[in-house]
Design a binder for this molecule. Structure first.
Ligand code: NAD
Length: 319
């Protein structure tokens, strides 16, 4: 177990994800120093966090044992990168998803911190070998990819660079557990990491079923929200298989051939362009028009549902 409580984490970039990481870290008692290249942005981020923490406290959804005010006292921001990094044992980078910007910032970060400081990136889809290309001591580099919104959706994908030290993976894993996230350790880097590889497989088959006229857009979404999703909020595909027979081995004896037959009937990777996009988009927009107001209302509904589910999971898991 790490013993870093009261120690400082530097968060670089204070947009949506930088703010979320900050809230997660302070909820567990870490101090956070925020730096953003845009003047005034870090101050605005702190104001936004303060507002959110108050709302969470009022709604009984504040994480950790500290009050909103106590958590707020753990955050500060600096206009200077070097000052931000002073005393930090862990740096969580949250700048735009732009390879050149990330390479540049990590090169810069390395020049201000000691070799034992962990350099962690929030990148959604850039590989560690690309992101950390310009870092000399790559053994302290790791990707910690959160899922939006990390305050409720706790998965963090930890992806090593080929040179990442095993101890760095373990220290990051313990830190993430300690702050209440659910980290998973990829043993090597792979395009799309795990979450997007699985998500894209689902999107691709949903797309083919709609494009080939088997299901409507509304019905394919119901297959997930009223079918598979009911289980998947609590147990994954491996446990599903294990429980749906007398164990995984028996499931494969019974259903393995059928699965292979169905899987071999899947079409090629869709190209997600041309007429198909227009047609599927039109059908989607008949249910949810794509103007900002309708989208905002559905996002608000989605976030309310996720919050409710997070509460339910917390209750179920504490039983
Ligand atoms: P964002 O656009 O909301 O915020 C980026 C922030 O970084 C801005 O405030 C910007 O001023 C700042 N910035 C840019 N260059 C900088 C630099 N050199 N130094 C310091 N600050 C700098 O972006 P976001 O949605 O918070 O995404 C941040 C990272 O998190 C990206 O890599 C993204 O792929 C990843 N991520 C995003 C999501 C999501 O759903 N938004 C989910 C998981 C991971």
């Amino acid at each position: 177990m790490n013993n870093f409580k009261g120690k400082t984490i530097a968060v670089i970039g204070s947009g949506l994800i930088g703010r979320s990481w900050t809230m997660v870290f302070i909820s567990a008692g870490y101090r956070v120093e925020i730096y953003d290249v845009q003047t005034g942005q870090a101050t605005r981020a702190i104001e936004e966090i303060s507002k959110q923490l108050k709302e969470l406290q009022e709604g009984g959804m504040l994480r950790g044992s500290l009050s909103a005010q106590e958590q707020m006292s753990l955050i500060s921001s600096q206009e200077d990168l070097k000052q931000t990094l002073e005393g930090a044992f862990f740096v969580q980078e949250c700048v735009f998803e732009d390879l050149a910007a990330k390479q540049d910032i990590f090169h810069n970060l390395e020049s201000h911190v000691g070799e034992d400081v962990i350099l962690s990136s929030s990148t959604s889809c850039l590989l560690p070998t690309e992101v950390f290309l310009q870092v000399t001591h790559k053994k302290r580099c790791i990707v910690s990819h959160p899922v939006n919104p990390p305050y409720y959706v706790k998965l963090v994908e930890l992806v090593p660079h080929p040179e990442t030290d095993a101890a760095v993976m373990e220290r990051t894993y313990s830190l993430m557990k300690e702050v209440g996230q659910s980290p998973v350790r990829l043993r090597r880097e792979i395009d799309g990491f795990a979450l997007n590889r699985i998500q894209y497989a689902v999107i691709a088959e949903a797309w083919r079923l709609v494009k080939d006229g088997v299901l409507s857009v509304a019905d394919v979404d119901l297959v997930m929200s009223e079918g598979l999703g009911m289980r998947y909020a609590f147990i994954g595909p491996m446990e599903t298989v294990h429980l749906n027979a007398e164990g995984l081995e028996q499931y494969m004896q019974r259903y393995g051939e059928g699965m292979k037959r169905v899987l071999s009937s899947f079409g090629p990777v869709p190209d997600f362009s041309g007429e198909a996009v227009k047609k599927i988009n039109q059908e989607m927009c008949e249910q949810i028009p794509s103007d900002p107001q309708h989208l905002a209302a559905r996002r608000e509904r989605r976030d309310r549902f996720i919050l409710g589910l997070a509460k339910l999971k917390k209750d179920q898991e504490s039983k």
